[in-house]
Design a protein. Structure first.
Length: 149
């Protein structure tokens, strides 16, 4: 396609076919993701409380490092949940706009909803990779030269 044959800026949105069922398909996906995010949050909160009690008794530097890692992960999960909820909300708005006959605006809102979900999933990947750091901290005592058989 040459320079003289460029498509108008709004071409992809104007020619995208979308009906009420398209954003509705994301409801089950987003709901399951939010449930998974909530379960991860609750599991981390339990671990943090346990490590905090341990740290108060022993002032173990490994426990302190684990708590710092877990705090960052809990904040990431909060951000994942925020983007996921915003994506779900915009899917709902999109359905309302499509129902009201405002197809172009509905398509724009749906595209933004998809971008928010991509952001949520990207943060999820970062958090999953951070969880390996927490496991490495937990297992660091096995690599210590002080450990005797």
């Amino acid at each position: 396609m040459g320079a003289s044959e460029r498509l108008p800026i709004g071409y992809p949105l104007a020619n995208m076919n979308i009906d009420l069922t398209t954003p509705a398909l994301l409801f089950s996906t987003i709901s399951l993701l939010l449930l998974a995010y909530t379960n991860r949050f609750l599991a981390l909160a339990t671990v943090i409380r346990t490590l905090h009690r341990e740290y108060q008794k022993t002032a173990d530097p490994v426990a302190a490092a684990q708590i710092a890692n877990l705090r960052r992960r809990v904040n990431l999960i909060r951000d994942m949940q925020t983007l996921g909820v915003a994506s779900l909300l915009l899917c709902t708005v999109c359905m309302g706009l499509l129902f009201a006959g405002m197809a172009l605006l509905g398509k724009v809102i749906f595209a933004i909803s998809l971008l928010l979900m991509v952001g949520s999933l990207t943060i999820s990947l970062v958090e999953i990779r951070m969880s390996v750091g927490a496991l490495n901290l937990q297992l660091s005592d096995m690599e210590s030269p002080k450990r005797m058989r």
